[in-house]
Design a protein around this ligand. Structure first.
Ligand SMILES: Cc1cc2nc3c(=O)[nH]c(=O)nc-3n(C[C@H](O)[C@H](O)[C@H](O)COP(=O)(O)OP(=O)(O)OC[C@H]3O[C@@H](n4cnc5c(N)ncnc54)[C@H](O)[C@@H]3O)c2cc1C
Length: 290
């Protein structure tokens, strides 16, 4: 099938893009890498009278540092982040998650902003953003606002981005010395959307955990932070972490549903094993970085 007819706009500045989005309101949709939007349009699962193509806006691409954060422009391709050596050292959980996103052909086109704005509950980047307390920078004609990841993901495919607004960047905090990260997931075939996945970050000082972050994907309508397990980890010796026990507590925060890929019970079992693996790896990485 082909998409329903639409008017195509290709602005070259953020100001022009948000101007078009404001002018056309709910009839307009930004087009980034097109890896999710174009199939939806082509299958006529959705339609918009105006597509605002972001690909000519150079200011939306790039990776920089600002005030303890790595700032990634919304139009930065997945592959650019995956291959940037500074991401592996400054935001290791993000680097660990990138290769899990689809296939490399998808990552060549797909963008950081597109993945986060799309807010698929089974996607990797929303879970990483939630785990790391990333801030999402949203721009409209009236200015720029920053939204914490905890407030950004509001439901399946639903975010805090309002009509007339554009996601312009994602800001990922850089953790300190003694931190270790892991990201893992399970899919039936390599490159498929995962049945479940988890990102873990641990920071330790003097051998004791001082900071913990655990976020699941595919285990609810939005990324799920396991806050009880995170709190229970504080003060625990990194060398004697009982990853299996923490994983069982962590998965208690989730509320998965069943579908054709897995029942809710099966998802829970998979996510528990994944969390145990990720906790073990993150603890070992944190100990190595002490
Ligand atoms: C075969 C296949 C397998 C895939 N597997 C995975 C996977 O395993 N994990 C995964 O996470 N993804 C997967 N994807 C999706 C892929 O990662 C997409 O790139 C991503 O979901 C959307 O990014 P995009 O840049 O292509 O956005 P688009 O498809 O262009 O846009 C997606 C949505 O976000 C909106 N949007 C885009 N940019 C902005 C912005 N800056 N501000 C506001 N709204 C914006 C669009 O309007 C649209 O609603 C897969 C896709 C395919 C085709």
């Amino acid at each position: 099938m082909k998409p329903a007819p639409f008017e195509y706009h290709a602005p070259e500045t953020i100001a022009d893009a948000v101007g078009l989005l404001a002018q056309h309101g709910d009839d307009a949709k930004p087009l980034a890498g097109g890896q999710s939007l174009v199939p939806l349009l082509s299958l006529r699962l959705t339609r918009f009278d105006h597509l605002v193509d972001l690909n000519k806006i150079g200011a939306l691409s790039g990776i920089s540092r600002d005030n303890g954060h790595v700032v990634i422009g919304a139009m930065t391709r997945h592959r650019a982040v995956e291959l940037d050596p500074s991401i592996a050292t400054s935001v290791p959980m993000l680097a660990a998650a990138m290769p899990w996103i689809g296939h490399f052909q998808i990552r060549n086109r797909g963008t950081i902003g597109g993945s986060i704005a799309h807010a698929d509950p089974a996607a990797e980047l929303p879970a990483v953003a939630a785990a790391l307390d990333a801030e999402l920078e949203i721009t409209s004609k009236s200015g720029v606002r920053r939204v914490a990841a905890a407030d950004f993901f509001q439901g399946t495919f639903m975010t805090a981005i309002d009509t007339g607004e554009l996601l312009t960047a994602a800001r990922f905090p850089v953790w300190g010395k003694g931190s270790g990260f892991a990201f893992t997931e399970f899919a039936r075939r390599s490159g498929d959307f995962a049945i479940a996945g988890v990102g873990v970050g641990l920071e330790a000082t003097g051998g004791k955990i001082t900071r913990a972050a655990i976020a699941f994907m595919g285990m609810g309508p939005v990324p799920v932070r396991a806050t009880d397990a995170e709190k229970a980890l504080l003060g625990v010796s990194i060398a004697s972490l009982d990853a299996a026990a923490v994983a069982r507590v962590a998965v208690g925060a989730t509320d998965p549903t069943g579908d054709v890929h897995a029942s809710a019970a099966n998802r829970t079992k998979i996510a528990t094993h994944l969390a145990e693996q990720a906790l073990t790896r993150a603890a070992s990485n944190a100990a190595a970085n002490a």
